[in-house]
Write a protein that binds this ligand. Structure first.
Ligand SMILES: [Cu+2]
Length: 177
């Protein structure tokens, strides 16, 4: 009975039952296997995040995104610029209360360096309908290399709760032929 006091005062120094010891060894070895497999996944996994991250002032990042949008703007949708960077170039996305800005247009089969950062709070970059999720923090600029394999409109939603307008925090990446 677990709620009665142990029979002997030095209860923790009893010999361990063979079965229990067996399970402890199995759990320990499994833990070690999983630990080293984190490294293995980096080489055999298909969805590794880039480890390229820089520190940046949120206002400096905001200025970079604005300059990028200004330079490659090709149109506007509901007041949001549609920006088409040259193939193979850097593309900048800004998370802020409460939008992903601007709309980026990419070409299928070309690789781009997508920069992500926040102007204010923590946000989550979730690319729909694919399974790509990245936490986005103010002060840190992530660079992710992305090569679109399908054409169409991909939605971006914020998946870190960021206040009253969180559910409206959306954006778009468009992929053309
Ligand atoms: Cu958000």
């Amino acid at each position: 009975m677990a709620i009665t006091p142990p029979e002997r005062r030095i209860w923790w120094n009893e010999p361990i039952h063979g079965l229990e010891l067996g399970w402890i060894v199995i759990a320990f070895l499994w833990g070690l296997f999983m630990f080293f497999f984190m490294i293995a996944w980096h080489f055999i996994g298909q969805q590794n995040l880039s480890t390229e991250t820089y520190r940046i002032q949120p206002s400096a990042y905001e200025a970079k995104v604005e300059a990028f949008a200004e330079q490659y703007k090709i149109g506007e949708e509901e007041g949001v610029p549609v920006v088409r960077p040259p193939a193979g170039e850097d593309a900048y996305l800004l998370a802020r209360l409460w939008e992903w800005w601007p709309i980026i247009e990419l070409k299928k089969g070309q690789s781009y360096r997508i920069h992500l950062s926040s102007a204010d709070w923590q946000h989550g970059f979730s690319l729909q309908p694919t399974n790509i999720n990245i936490q986005v923090h103010p002060g840190y600029e992530h660079v992710v290399t992305l090569t679109p394999t399908e054409t169409g409109d991909f939605g971006i939603i914020c998946n870190e709760f960021c206040g009253i307008g969180h559910h409206q925090m959306t954006g778009r990446i468009r992929v053309t032929e």
